[in-house]
Write a protein that binds this ligand. Structure first.
Ligand code: PLP
Length: 339
């Protein structure tokens, strides 16, 4: 029994998902003739109460398209210091959009309206880059799966409106937030100019993200996606995996959250762990006591068929997911306790 807790991206499509994919009706999506892709785009848009959606091969491409949509070269975006768009998208912010990042010292990857307001450059002060976009992440990745209160996002939105800034949500794990906080996706649709969501994280699809916006913005996004090489042909087979995931794999995310919390409880009891960050969703970050070396712990667990990842600076990360089943969970809890 191999237990992989490195990420929720490691899930493999189930037999049921594969059968659903196999039965998809497809066409050439570059000509907008793939009915399954069109169905997926419309469905995700409807969930969030937004006008239109566009299917992407990755969350990175969806985020990068959003940044390109909302900025001009030389401008600046505001994000948390842990932001995925800054850390884990290969420098695409500068490569694709010629934009710099003003990084805020948020709490577990979450920023406040006050921090945003203080970070906006005076548009009349032409020495500084023009601030044009705010990006938030929900749930936060490097922030340990933390999720925003809707009111806090509402306040950031007010600052954006007052200062003529666009507002983008990197919602790679928005599904986890919706389940954990019992929030209504339509409330998110009202707040943001663009939202990107992933189907390939907790939802268990092998690939796929959707970018949401109003119709005119999605029309512009189509050209950017094409430029980035993201125009795909009979991709309804992959969109079908997303449709299956939306239908079957959202409410069960609560199980992933429960298991992550139960692992956290065990880690709080053992003497080799110094601290465990609060667990809200499926990501758990913990810190080892100073004389315990990350690499050694990872190796020790590996020998017991459990894989987890290092975040550097003595921190480690565990992510629960669809393919992490109850039998594995029981074994992991016992193993950690006995280690
Ligand atoms: C995974 C992730 C993305 C997108 O990643 P891809 O691997 O390109 O699909 C974007 N933002 C966050 C916060 C993520 O965790």
């Amino acid at each position: 029994m191999e237990i992989n807790l490195i990420s929720d991206t490691i899930t493999k499509p189930s037999r049921e998902m594969l059968v659903y994919m196999l039965n998809a009706v497809v066409g050439d999506d570059v000509y907008k003739q793939d009915p399954t892709v069109i169905e997926l785009e419309a469905k995700v848009a409807e969930i969030f109460g937004m006008e239109a959606g566009l299917f992407f091969p990755s969350g990175t491409m969806a985020n990068q398209t959003a940044i390109k949509l909302h900025t001009q070269p030389g401008e600046q975006l505001i994000a948390d210091k842990y932001a995925h768009v800054y850390h884990y998208e290969g420098g695409g912010v500068s490569f694709n959009s010629g934009v710099s990042c003003c990084l805020l010292d948020g709490n577990r990857g979450m920023i406040t309206a006050e921090q945003v307001a203080n970070a906006i450059n005076d548009p009349e002060f032409y020495h500084s880059p023009m601030t044009s976009l705010v990006c938030v992440e929900n749930t936060t990745n490097k922030g340990g799966g933390a999720c925003y209160e809707l009111e806090d996002l509402q306040k950031i939105k007010e600052v954006c409106d007052a200062n003529n800034l666009k507002f983008h949500l990197d919602g790679a794990r928005i599904w986890n937030a919706l389940v954990a906080k019992n929030q209504n996706p339509k409330d998110f649709g009202k707040l943001f100019d663009t939202i990107s969501v992933c189907l390939s994280k907790g939802l268990g699809a092998p690939i796929g993200s959707v970018l949401l916006a109003d119709k005119a913005t999605i029309h512009r996004a189509l050209r950017i996606r094409k430029i980035l090489g993201g125009g795909m042909r009979q991709v309804g087979y992959l969109a079908a995996a997303g449709l299956y995931a939306l239908e079957n794999n959202i409410t069960r995310l609560a199980e992933d959250h429960r298991r992550a919390k139960e692992i956290a409880e065990v880690l709080k009891k053992v003497n080799w762990v110094e601290s465990v960050e609060p667990v809200e969703t499926n990501i758990l970050i913990f810190k080892l006591v100073p004389n315990c070396i990350e690499k050694n712990l990872i190796e020790l667990l590996k020998q017991k068929n459990i894989s987890i990842s290092s975040m550097g600076h003595g921190k480690l990360r565990i992510v629960t997911h669809l393919d992490y089943k109850e039998v594995m969970h029981t074994y992991v809890l016992e193993t950690l306790l006995k280690l």
